[in-house]
Structures are given as structure tokens and as C-alpha cells.
Design a protein around this ligand. Structure first.
Ligand SMILES: NC(=O)c1ccc[n+]([C@@H]2O[C@H](COP(=O)([O-])OP(=O)(O)OC[C@H]3O[C@@H](n4cnc5c(N)ncnc54)[C@H](O)[C@@H]3O)[C@@H](O)[C@H]2O)c1
Length: 333
């Protein structure tokens, strides 16, 4: 019998790629999503339940009506700047709601959990590349919601009620090569989709925040990891939980950093569009460099990211963006 995985937040950017990877790997998939930021029309397959993980009665129904082998949890609010303005909204949706989900899992004896954590748990880097031993001192409510859940998971794992992996993604990017699923956040705040929206004429220019960071070209450096490589890491994490891992956190990045200017130049080459850029002040709290060491995931999970260069990542995203009519949003950029 096929194992059934509950994918919470499976209608979002990373969730849709996960659902596709699970289906391709032969799992049955049940997606639960409240569609607050997700898109039902992009769900690649499997069963779908519309709803919110804060709804305990619904969760009881889901766990009673299906034999769930493991839960993959992508459902969260993800806007760092919004989390500073509306912290309670973030603690509600990312912390309380996740505890509600874990509680429902405990009631129904489902014990395998894979959590979408984030590089945001680390805060200002003390050294680069960041490994999992780096101190966790998040600098905003969004990052704190992720760290809080990692702590909840660690305490719960100690009781034997749950086995988990927390996967700390760096900058998720790119799209499945089919061009049928991809990044579609509203508002969009991620660099690659914003740059491609300029190439599509959806916005006038791309804003570069700060040109005097302590980096070779003065712009921020980030570690872009392809969304399908993230999905593959989840499949390996699931195997690891089945094979006896009870608690672990892993960085997921490529260990290569690219600057904002690198991204813009690469996008200009791939799209053959001039992509006008404008300079703006540095944003407070933006670290100059965030690059992962993913040695632990490579060694312990056997993870081997396939997309290690920026061209391939942007090419895959461009394929998807050309197919979309993404609404212009003047509030970011
Ligand atoms: N995108 C990145 O670069 C990145 C980096 C690090 C970590 N993450 C984490 O990865 C996960 C997925 O990110 P994404 O970019 O795919 O975001 P997304 O907004 O595209 O997807 C989130 C999905 O969860 C659903 N959702 C939100 N709250 C819900 C709730 N209470 N009940 C049910 N469904 C709910 C949304 O409708 C959406 O479909 C998040 O947990 C995010 O914090 C993302």
C-alpha cells in the first residue's frame, strides 16, 4: 500500500513542488491549505482539503479519515517586514497554529514531522558559511516563530511523541522545469521573481537596497537553493525519520553566494531585457552575507543539490514567469 503524506500548505510555492515530488516518488498525498496565500489551481495532484490548521475539529476529521504516515508542514506567513508590524498575526499563524497541528498529530498517533524552518533562525552571522552550530538569535518575529517551533519540537521529541527534522532553507528559488508550477507570492518580496517581473514589464525597475555592504560589489550576497532540491531533501528527511532519526536540524543551501548585482546581471543575460535598476538606502537588519554550510544534510541525509549555479535556477524561474500574468504590486520592490 502506498504511504500517505499530509502536506500542510501544499498549495504554496514550495508546497506545490513538494506535492509533485511526492507523487513522482510514488506517495499518496493529501494537501491541507487555507489558500490564504496559496493557489488551488497549481496543486499538481493528490487529494485536497480546504481548511486551516487552527481548526482542531477539521484536523481530527483529517487524521481520522486517512492513514497519515507523516506530516510535512509548509503553512506559514513568510513576510519578514510584515512580521515586524503585525507580530501577533505571525505568532498566531506560525506558532499557535503549528502547536495545534502537533497536538492533533499526538492525539492520532502520527509521529513523523518535517518542518519548514529558515535561515532566519540565525540572525546576524558571526561567521560564514553558517553551519547548524551557529548561535540562533533571530532578529525579527518571523525568524523567532521558526526558532520557537524548533524548540517546541525538540521538547516534544524528548517525550517520544514525535520525530522531526527542521529544514532550514536559505533563499528558495527557481521553478519546476515543466513550467507548470513556480513562485507566486502576493505581495512578492523575493529578488528573483521581482527581477523577472521587471523583465516582463510588470514593474518599472528593481530596487537595490544598499551598495555599501561589506561585499565585493557592495550589494547583499545570498545563497539561492532550487525549490526542487528542497523537495528532494524532504524526501530524504522522510527516509531518515523512517530509519530512526528522532530529531535534527539541517541547513539547506548550495554553499555558494550570489550578490544582488549577480542576480540582476544573470537575469539580464537570460531574459535579454535591460532590467533597469535603481539604488536605495540599505535596509536595517539586512545581513551583508548569508551563505549556508549544508555539509550536515549532505553527509547525514545524502542530499546532493542538482542546481548549483544561478543561471540554471533563473532559467527555470523565467520559464514559469513567462507563462504567468503576475499582478504588479507597488508596495515592494
Ligand atoms: N520561500 C522561501 O524562500 C523560504 C525560505 C525559508 C523558509 N521558508 C518556509 O517555507 C514554507 C513555505 O514557504 P512558501 O514560500 O512556499 O510560502 P507560500 O506562502 O507560498 O506557502 C504557504 C502556504 O501555506 C498556506 N497556509 C498559511 N497559513 C495556513 C494555515 N494556518 N492553515 C492552512 N494553510 C495555511 C498558504 O495558503 C500557502 O499555500 C514556509 O513555512 C516558509 O516560512 C520559505
Amino acid at each position: 500500500m502506498k504511504k500517505q503524506i499530509l502536506v500542510v500548505g501544499g498549495c504554496g510555492y514550495i508546497g506545490t513542488h513538494m506535492v509533485k515530488a511526492l507523487l513522482d516518488a510514488g506517495y499518496e498525498v493529501l494537501t491541507l491549505d487555507n489558500l490564504s496565500t496559496g493557489h488551488r489551481e497549481f496543486l499538481p495532484g493528490g487529494q485536497f482539503v480546504f481548511g486551516d490548521i487552527r481548526d482542531s475539529a477539521l484536523l481530527d476529521k483529517v487524521f481520522t479519515g486517512h492513514t497519515i504516515n507523516a506530516v510535512m508542514h509548509f503553512a506559514a506567513l513568510i513576510e519578514v517586514r510584515e512580521s515586524v508590524k503585525l507580530p501577533l498575526k505571525y505568532y498566531q499563524n506560525n506558532v499557535s497554529a503549528t502547536i495545534n497541528l502537533l497536538d492533533a498529530m499526538a492525539r492520532h498517533n502520527v509521529d513523523k514531522f518535517i518542518f519548514s524552518s529558515s535561515a532566519a533562525v540565525y540572525g546576524e552571522p558571526e561567521y560564514i558559511p553558517l553551519d547548524e552550530n551557529h548561535p540562533c538569535r533571530p532578529t525579527n518575529p518571523y525568524g523567532r516563530t521558526k526558532l520557537m517551533i524548533e524548540e517546541v519540537l525538540s521538547d516534544t521529541a524528548r517525550t517520544g511523541k514525535i520525530k522531526y527534522t527542521a529544514l532550514r532553507y536559505f533563499n528558495a528559488a527557481g521553478a519546476d522545469n515543466s513550467g507548470t508550477i513556480g513562485e507566486n507570492h502576493t505581495p512578492e518580496s523575493h529578488l528573483i521573481p521581482l527581477v523577472l517581473q521587471v523583465a516582463l514589464g510588470k514593474r518599472d525597475n528593481i530596487t537595490i537596497f544598499g551598495s555599501d555592504h561589506d561585499t565585493p560589489d557592495g550589494t547583499c550576497i545570498r545563497d539561492y537553493v532550487h525549490v526542487n532540491d528542497l523537495a528532494q531533501a524532504h524526501l530524504l528527511a522522510l527516509k531518515a525519520l523512517e530509519n530512526g532519526i528522532t530529531k535534527a536540524a539541517y541547513n539547506l543551501g548550495t554553499s555558494r553566494g550570489y550578490s544582488v548585482l549577480d542576480v540582476i546581471k544573470t537575469a539580464r543575460k537570460i531574459t535579454t531585457n535591460t532590467i533597469p535598476a535603481r539604488q536605495a538606502e540599505k535596509r536595517q537588519g539586512d545581513p551583508a552575507v548569508l551563505v549556508a554550510s549544508s555539509e550536515k544534510a549532505k553527509k547525514e541525509l545524502g542530499w546532493h543539490p542538482q542546481y548549483e549555479n544561478l543561471d540554471a535556477i533563473i532559467e527555470s524561474a523565467w520559464k514559469w514567469h513567462q507563462k504567468q500574468m503576475i499582478p504588479n504590486d507597488a508596495t515592494t520592490g
